[in-house]
Design a protein. Structure first.
Length: 350
């Protein structure tokens, strides 16, 4: 068995315009001071990493890793959540998602999609240059507006949507395979890959690609009323990344899963800082350890109530307290007997 690595922190929610959150060196020093051992880097802000340059220059990749290492940290993974979203966008969301792309690609869905694909390919090579084994992204969504069908969906719409999604992602997955990096989709509402069934539909379209892996985040399953522990039993061989994020679901007589168009503060389902929600992390860490999860426990802070810096400080300790240092011996070794074939045969009557 392997001891889960961590604690680490996803930096996306902490990046800002004031020190120490406005530079890679500054934010790494802050994270180290809270007790984190690793950082997961978003790739949409060139103040922290120039993705294309990291893909094309080993020297630059080494410099980025050096800045992080100088703070006493490791880079756990890179993230292209925003770019991955743009690989597949339903036309209903074109204007809303334009903000995820550089201005030059806005109001041009085809050019925006091509830019996103190239970003993912850069991410594969940058990950390789940084010595990373896994990468985080979103699948994008062609079908999300059709989730709860009324009027009824046209026949074969879902099949056609997943076939197209597979066509768009298969070349990207092949690039990640060439670079020796697992591409981990965060299973998430708003994405076509939002539960186990949709993930399996996708796998069918990408030929069960060995690099089409999973980023496990139980908070999104709490809000869907999905069994997040059984999910680990089913998909543990594909889980290569882990976001440690809490959530709660408190339905009322007025609202449930869909949230009534309310703000995060007023939704029945909402994300919480670690330890403030309903996720059974003791069971999750036990299962992931049992299945020999190879990666990092990465805090993703999202909470409608608590201050972000308080959530980060508490989260570092929370993860540290939940990581199980695996045993190197069986608890009943003290009662073990030496090998004795004669005794064994006697007990078996052979």
């Amino acid at each position: 068995m392997t001891t889960i690595q961590g604690p680490a922190v996803f930096l996306a929610q902490f990046i800002g315009d004031e020190a120490p959150f406005d530079s890679l060196a500054g934010i790494c020093a802050w994270a180290k001071g809270l007790g984190f051992q690793g950082v997961q880097l978003p790739t949409n802000d060139p103040r922290f990493i120039d993705l294309q340059k990291a893909a094309e220059s080993q020297t630059y990749a080494d410099e980025i890793r050096g800045v992080v290492n100088a703070a006493g940290l490791e880079i756990t993974e890179l993230s292209t959540h925003l770019q991955g979203q743009l690989v597949a966008v339903n036309p209903a969301y074109d204007q809303l998602f334009d903000g995820f792309a550089p201005e030059a690609y806005r109001n041009n869905p085809k050019a925006r999609q091509q830019w996103a694909v190239q970003q993912l390919k850069y991410a594969a090579k940058a990950s390789q240059n940084l010595g990373l084994k896994a990468h985080a992204t979103f699948s994008g969504a062609l079908l999300w507006p059709m989730l709860y069908p009324w009027p009824q969906r046209p026949a074969d719409l879902v099949e056609d949507g997943f076939a197209e999604l597979g066509r768009r992602w298969l070349p990207i997955l092949n690039t990640f395979d060439e670079c020796g990096v697992d591409l981990c989709y965060e299973i998430h509402p708003g994405e076509d890959l939002h539960d186990g069934v949709t993930y399996e539909l996708f796998l069918d379209q990408v030929q069960q690609h060995p690099r089409a892996c999973l980023l496990y985040d139980p908070s999104h399953f709490v809000l869907q009323c999905l069994d997040y522990l059984a999910y680990i039993d089913i998909y543990h061989e594909r889980i290569k990344m882990f976001h440690v994020k809490d959530a709660e679901f408190n339905p009322t007589g007025r609202q449930g899963v869909y949230g009534g168009y309310q703000s995060w503060l007023k939704r029945a389902g909402r994300f919480r800082s670690l330890g403030d929600g309903q996720v059974d992390f003791k069971a999750i860490f036990s299962k992931l350890t049992q299945y020999d999860f190879p990666g990092w426990a990465v805090l993703e802070w999202e909470c409608a109530l608590k201050n972000a810096e308080d959530g980060a400080r508490e989260g570092a300790q929370f993860i540290k307290d939940h990581i199980i240092r695996v045993t190197d011996k069986a608890f009943d070794d003290f009662a073990a007997t030496v090998p004795n074939p004669t005794l064994n045969h006697s007990l078996l009557g052979i």
